[in-house]
Design a protein around this ligand. Structure first.
Ligand SMILES: NC(=O)c1ccc[n+]([C@@H]2O[C@H](COP(=O)([O-])OP(=O)(O)OC[C@H]3O[C@@H](n4cnc5c(N)ncnc54)[C@H](O)[C@@H]3O)[C@@H](O)[C@H]2O)c1
Length: 425
């Protein structure tokens, strides 16, 4: 099939590459000319495991363009994977989505627009009206939300838990199901609004689990239990399962924070106060800041103290720093007058962290530090020579924000080690 993909970001590139890998002929369109030029030269603008190889391997079935007509020409399906960032009010900013809808050329055959961007419930209905107003009745509309996670997106795309297809017309749903031929997963057919809500509800539920276990961790700290053991014992209950029960310094990224805000705002715009989600969001905000309290309890005032942030990306396997806890931590530390150094194997801190010294290696970031905070559980940090790290630091204080390291091993190396929701010695 011929497939057009609007948006060459984290979702659009993975979508394009994976559909090309299935055997479809794909044209990816973006508005950023430099991005398209780079992709044409074989340079991949993001860090995503397996993506470079997939793009390279499927070169003859993939084209990149800034031109709308070129991308839509001959396409049966037009995927929309443009950004939907939060606005000041917390609502999703749909301006890029509307631009795509308004740019769609008139075609004399049936094409299906498939929405992969995460949008508020009701967006599909409004888009349908807009298409009809433009006289584009032969353009079908389907909500086909994306559930991939950065860092494992290629694998997630090829082996999804489910494919959700919400359509106004069953014939359009059938076209989108055909695009996925070869991908073995249950297909959920439903109406457009329900498909939109499945995406928002799934994300909200994952965030709820994270904030839940983080609150359990905080109570563990107050009562002497160990959240790692607690999560293991809870997660073995088949009704609950082990996923998203890792206590830490809170979720970040380009999706969870904005999608939770958008759902809360969507509910509130519809006259409903979504209390549980409001609490999930607040717990997450406070969780990121609790690290500062941990540091202050050990170091007193942070003014003039050197603190190293290890890991800047919102999670390992990506260079994405959008809404990363590292941004909040760096901001709070600088506001307290600390001297902040940081390191990440792929994320470019120079772009986002004014006033922070970006080191070339984790060990360099730790040079002369009074404390280190493990922010992102990069495998490199598990393998770091912590004896050498300790020798480089002025004080061996380590807050492990992801409970990644073994507390007893770290203490044996002379570290004053503190995790999240674990016994403090
Ligand atoms: N990042 C994820 O892991 C993930 C997972 C599931 C869903 N989503 C959702 O998918 C959507 C895209 O997310 P992302 O992380 O890929 O965003 P992104 O910011 O990485 O990429 C969006 C791309 O769209 C381009 N764009 C903007 N206007 C355009 C237009 N008119 N035509 C073509 N391209 C245009 C931008 O230049 C950018 O390259 C969002 O709604 C997000 O919530 C993201």
């Amino acid at each position: 099939m011929r497939v057009a993909v609007f948006g060459a970001g984290y979702v659009g590139l993975v979508t394009g590459a994976c559909f090309a890998d299935i055997g479809h002929d794909v044209v990816v369109r973006d508005v950023v000319a430099e991005k398209i030029d780079a992709l044409r030269r074989g340079k991949v603008p993001i860090h995503e495991e397996g993506l470079d190889d997939l793009l390279e391997h499927n070169r003859e079935r993939l084209r990149f363009t800034t031109d709308v007509d070129e991308s839509v020409e001959g396409a049966e399906v037009v995927y929309v994977a443009v950004g939907t960032p939060p606005t000041y009010s917390g609502d999703a900013d749909l301006s890029a989505v509307w631009t795509v809808v308004d740019e769609l050329p008139r075609v004399d055959r049936r094409i299906v627009v498939a929405m992969k961007s995460t949008v508020p419930v009701g967006t599909g209905r409004t888009i349908r009206h807009r298409l009809d107003e433009r006289g584009l009745e032969n353009v079908g509309y389907v909500s086909n939300p994306e559930f991939t996670a950065e860092g494992t997106a290629v694998r997630d795309f090829k082996h999804p838990d489910r494919i959700v297809i919400g359509a106004f017309d069953p014939a359009d749903a059938e076209v989108v199901e055909r695009v996925h031929a070869g991908i073995d997963a249950p297909v959920i057919h439903c109406d457009v609004a329900s498909a939109e809500m499945i995406k928002l509800a799934a994300n909200a539920f994952l965030m709820t689990r994270i904030s839940f276990i983080n609150e359990i961790a905080n109570v563990c700290e107050a009562t002497g239990a160990d959240v790692v053991k607690v999560a293991e014992g809870v997660g073995l209950d088949h009704r609950l399962g082990p996923h998203f029960l890792r206590a830490g310094i809170g979720y970040g990224g380009s999706c969870f924070p904005k999608d939770s805000l958008a759902l809360k705002q969507l509910a509130s715009n519809s006259g409903y106060h979504f209390q549980l989600l409001a609490a999930v969001i607040e717990v997450n905000e406070l969780q990121k800041r609790r690290v500062i309290g941990k540091l202050e309890r050990r170091l007193g005032s942070l003014r003039g103290k050197k603190v190293a942030l290890l890991g800047l990306a919102f999670k390992p396997g990506t260079d994405d720093m959008r809404e990363s806890p590292s941004l909040v931590l760096a901001g709070r530390l600088l506001a307290e007058g600390a001297d902040v150094s940081a390191w990440d194997p792929v994320a470019d801190g120079r772009v986002h962290l004014d006033g922070v010294h970006i080191a070339d290696s984790a060990l360099d970031a730790l040079d002369g530090a009074d404390a280190a905070v493990l922010v992102t559980e990069w495998p490199e940090l598990g393998e770091l020579d912590w004896a050498e790290a300790g020798a480089r630091m002025r004080k061996r204080l380590l807050v492990d924000g992801r409970n990644m390291l073994d507390p007893s091993e770290m203490r044996a190396l002379g570290f004053d080690y503190e995790g999240i929701g674990r016994a403090v010695e």
